[in-house]
Design a protein around this ligand. Structure first.
Ligand code: NDP
Length: 284
């Protein structure tokens, strides 16, 4: 029987650590870290994510700003808003909630956020830092996944890790983080022939695809640690992962639920990244 990795509890512990740090940083530097979140348009899922991010920032005691822009905001207006925040000495972290309306080039927007304030870790300077093994801001979801695996007490070094999905925000960076921790890493994707044969190799299986129930129990190696990144709505509108929990949980040694696994950790790591940005700016 798989033990549940409680992302909610771990996230709460990380947010408490950040809360303690915020107090210490304010005493030392005379101001609190500040996270600025921009949302363009009224995508309901994005609105929920943004609200949760601002709520988490408030919990930790850091300052936060929420900038809500209408869906018809021009790319130029968004870029000038970002430029102003880059220059604003009271702002440490800038996050633009994705996806953006179709008429705005996401890549341009990501590139426009200064590397030092890029709390999402999506800026090319941070991406290259990750791949070259230099100091960088690590994307929140992949960083949270490593914390979840570490929380099981299972070591990553020497294990075979299979990551299903190769996106820039989850699959690729988590594969690199697992490699950095000396796992032998395989990345699977939509063109992988016989996905089950590949996932059955995994001591650590991370699934970040966006297809409800893609991974079933017969695709999991007995005793594997299974991390489900997927956030999908089923026919009843209920949030569910990429992993079929009912069939995988009896096979896995550890498994994350959806909801209550990776999602809450992503937000906790965002708080940590804001501290990271604050400290790099303060310490030059
Ligand atoms: P993307 O759509 O960017 O990438 C999906 C990846 O899955 C692609 O690499 C794609 O392969 C691969 N894929 C698609 N179909 C299959 C298949 N049948 N078999 C194997 N691989 C397949 O998604 P994201 O990485 O952005 O997100 C993945 C999931 O994680 C989503 O459900 C998203 O909502 C969730 N998510 C959750 C977060 C959280 O905080 N909990 C944060 C970010 C994402 P190919 O490259 O060949 O097209």
């Amino acid at each position: 029987m798989g033990k549940i990795i409680d992302g909610k509890a771990l996230s709460a512990a990380v947010k408490d650590e950040v809360r303690a740090q915020v107090g210490e940083l304010e005493a030392k530097y005379g101001r609190k870290p500040c996270l600025c979140v921009i949302i363009v348009g009224e995508n309901p899922a994005s609105q929920v994510y943004v609200r949760n991010k601002v709520k988490a920032a408030a919990y930790t005691g850091m300052d936060s700003k929420l900038i809500e822009l209408p869906a018809d905001t021009t790319e130029e207006a968004l870029l000038s808003q970002i430029a102003a925040l880059n220059e604003d000495p009271s702002v440490d972290g800038v996050l633009v909630q994705l996806p953006l309306p179709k008429h705005i080039d996401e890549e341009k927007v990501i590139d426009a956020i200064s590397r030092e304030k890029d709390v999402d870790g999506f800026h090319p300077g941070n991406v290259s830092g990750l791949w070259l093994g230099k100091d960088c801001i690590v994307p929140c979801t992949p960083a949270g996944i490593i914390r979840l695996i570490d929380s099981t007490g299972e070591s990553i070094s020497g294990k075979t890790a299979v990551v299903v999905g190769r996106s820039n925000i989850v699959g690729k960076p988590v594969a690199k983080l697992l490699l950095d921790r000396n796992a032998t890493v395989v990345i699977a994707h939509s063109r992988t022939a016989d996905l089950g044969a590949v996932t059955r190799l995994a001591d650590i299986l991370v699934v970040a695809v966006g297809k409800a129930g893609l991974v079933t129990g017969d695709m999991v190696k007995p005793g594997a640690v299974v991390i489900d990144v997927g956030m999908n709505r089923n026919a009843e509108g209920k949030l569910c992962g990429d992993v079929d929990f009912a069939s995988c949980e009896p096979v896995a040694s550890w498994i994350t639920p959806v909801p209550g696994g990776v999602g809450p950790m992503t937000i906790a790591m965002l708080m940590q990244n804001t501290i990271h940005c604050f400290l790099s700016r303060m310490q030059g």
